[in-house]
Design a protein around this ligand. Structure first.
Ligand code: C5P
Length: 224
């Protein structure tokens, strides 16, 4: 059964959404609540895992029995995930990581002037999930046995998900259909879990714990 089937395993989970600073008071962010990542953390603890949760801007209390590392930006999240992943058997990237950040961060609050607004130049953030998978592929460190990602898609969910799984090189990709009161900020989720070496698993709308347990059900047999 599921009980304690992650005993003795170390897992790293990212949750929430990154904030990319524009100036000391403003940022570019997203609507991720962290609920799915926290559900992954709670279910992993219940199954006996040692859990490190890298939480980006989450307004939720620390789950019991979990090491919580709080971060703000994609670069901070990257540093925390890579450090924790060095000792991990599995990494699940549930956080919404900003693809771009402002190219420069103003040291003082940007003022409104008669000249009108200045454009904000953006630069690309590293793709943490792809980087983690690529290092493992090259035989480097860290090399968790299972690496899973999440992807929110609005259309062509399966085709886009398949392509993303291949491009990132991860073992599992949880593909969410966003919209219709699902995913962001709600206690429910519906998804298809794509598996690099197997058939996809469909998870109809259910509390985020249900999807979390399906993810662990797919992780466990892939651990040595
Ligand atoms: O490419 P996309 O953002 O849809 O991919 C989503 C998956 O990739 C998530 O698991 C997310 O945590 C991860 N990701 C990442 N670094 C980024 C962007 C996304 O690790 N810069």
């Amino acid at each position: 059964g599921r009980e304690r089937d992650l005993a003795g395993r170390r897992v790293v989970i990212s949750a929430g959404g990154t904030r990319e600073a524009i100036d000391p008071v403003r940022y570019i962010g997203n609507r991720s609540s962290g609920l799915q990542g926290y559900a992954l953390a709670r279910t992993a603890v219940a199954r006996g895992a040692e859990v490190t949760l890298v939480a980006a801007n989450v307004a939720l209390p620390d789950p019991a029995g979990v090491t919580v590392l709080r971060v703000e930006s994609a670069l901070e999240l990257r540093a925390a995930v890579f450090e924790a992943a060095a000792r991990a058997d599995a990494v699940v990237m549930a956080a919404a990581v900003a693809d771009f950040r402002p190219a420069e961060r103003s040291g003082s609050k940007i003022k409104k002037t008669s000249a009108g607004p200045e454009p904000i130049r953006l630069t690309e953030n590293p793709d943490i999930l792809a980087e983690l998978c690529e290092r493992r592929r090259q035989g480097g460190e860290p090399a968790p046995e299972v690496i899973a990602g999440f992807a929110a898609e609005t259309d062509d969910v399966l085709a886009n998900g398949r392509a993303k799984l291949a491009r990132k090189g991860c073992d599992l990709l949880v593909v969410n259909q966003v919209g219709e009161g699902l995913a962001f900020g709600t206690p429910d989720n519906a998804a298809v879990v794509l598996v690099a070496d197997g058939e996809p698993v469909e998870v109809p709308r259910a509390p985020k714990e249900v999807l979390a347990d399906v993810v662990w059900d797919l992780v466990v047999p892939r651990l040595s």
